[in-house]
Design a protein around this ligand. Sequence first.
Ligand SMILES: NC(=O)c1ccc[n+]([C@@H]2O[C@H](COP(=O)([O-])OP(=O)(O)OC[C@H]3O[C@@H](n4cnc5c(N)ncnc54)[C@H](O)[C@@H]3O)[C@@H](O)[C@H]2O)c1
Length: 265
Amino acid sequence: MPTRNITNPFIEESLGHRFTDKVVLVTGAASGIGRATALRLAAEGAAVWCVDVNTEGVDSTAATIEAAGGTARSSTVDVTDPAACAAAVAAVVEAFGGLDVLCNIAGIGGSAHTLEETPGRFNAMFAVNAFGPFNLIQAALPHLLERGGNVLNLASTAGIIGQAYCAAYCASKHALVGLTKALAVEYGRQGVRFNAVCPGGVNTGLIGAFVPPEGASMSLISRSYLTRDMQEPESVAALIAHIASDEAYYMNGAVVAVDGGTTTG
Ligand SMILES: NC(=O)c1ccc[n+]([C@@H]2O[C@H](COP(=O)([O-])OP(=O)(O)OC[C@H]3O[C@@H](n4cnc5c(N)ncnc54)[C@H](O)[C@@H]3O)[C@@H](O)[C@H]2O)c1
């Protein structure tokens, strides 16, 4: 998986430091979109707390940021564990004095014929993709309210349209979009924004979880893809950086696709 050096001069010269003095918590920061987001926000001046179940990966992301002159810490957290999420938020606030942005990026995926889907897999998809963000939001909200912060939930095109052989994943990502909209209404007037980003195919390890099940109809699967090309995680991280920055102060409850046009119909 390609990664980008956070000292990338293009980013530094063209965009400056939209996250100077901001504190950000990024889940799923060990790899893929979460790692790219942690590097991007750190490059723009954020103090970043990186969270993941993958200890080696999340420590490596934080170490990369620190080695490039940024500020980062990491902790091993399973987002399905409310107590661990609360402890992570408490640790961020203790270390950095508050919290401005929560990026819920950790996620899992998988494909199956629906008749062969198991309750265990279905529950696991909801636990990580929907309850995980909820756990972190509950812990983070008091701090976000203090600072007028915002939450970025990483959904998917599967949170906007139906995708064959992905019933559990689609349902969990639609739930995450619903959570985003509900909280945008509930907390918008109190100054906390909630937005969802919905990527189409991104070149990360997660793609391997979406191998079509045996006997799958390719014509049904191809409905979900307008292009054959995938985007790199940095493309999604760039969009997240905009929405999470103060430049996007009027974006609340938005569900933004970055999918090469797949969800246009
Ligand atoms: N790759 C794509 O094409 C694509 C498209 C749309 C949406 N997404 C979403 O993007 C997000 C990031 O995925 P990615 O593509 O970067 O894949 P990835 O596998 O590289 O990253 C997912 C990260 O989440 C972590 N994670 C999984 N379960 C966890 C848990 N219980 N607690 C804490 N961390 C956990 C993993 O260890 C991993 O580091 C996911 O929510 C995924 O659903 C991905």
